[in-house]
Design a protein around this ligand. Structure first.
Ligand SMILES: [Zn+2]
Length: 121
């Protein structure tokens, strides 16, 4: 009973300090809290294609891949002769846990973190 009271007091203090805008000293693991939502409020959920978890859209990794039904060697020859080959895009969402587990995103040194790369799956 006493512990929860203390917790509530700490939470009140934390909220107060955060509201004052002097809470920069408080530990924060990521500047963007691990997502790209900003101050938007609520956002829609997407389902992870690997594990089925429902995750916020900005927290998930979006992987787009162009797929053709025709064999790539044959497609190249046909394209040289002027044929138009239909392709379609497959978009998959992967939750961040699966992305790390399957090596879609990897831990990078600080200097390489801001580089944007194509995600492959
Ligand atoms: Zn997943």
């Amino acid at each position: 009973m006493k512990d929860t009271g203390l917790c509530n007091e700490l939470r009140k203090l934390y909220n107060y300090v955060t509201r004052l805008g002097v809470g920069d000293w408080l530990p924060k693991k990521r500047k963007n809290r691990g997502r790209g939502k900003g101050g938007k409020g609520k956002e829609s959920l997407v389902q992870c294609d690997l594990c089925g978890a429902l995750v916020p859209r900005s927290k998930a990794k979006k992987i787009t891949r162009t797929v053709s039904l025709i064999d790539p060697m044959l497609a190249r020859e046909l394209r040289q002769k002027g044929a138009i080959i239909p392709t379609y895009k497959i978009t998959r969402y992967v939750c961040i846990r699966c992305a790390v587990f399957y090596g879609i995103v990897k831990i990078r040194p600080r200097s390489e973190r801001k580089k944007r790369e194509r995600l492959a799956l």
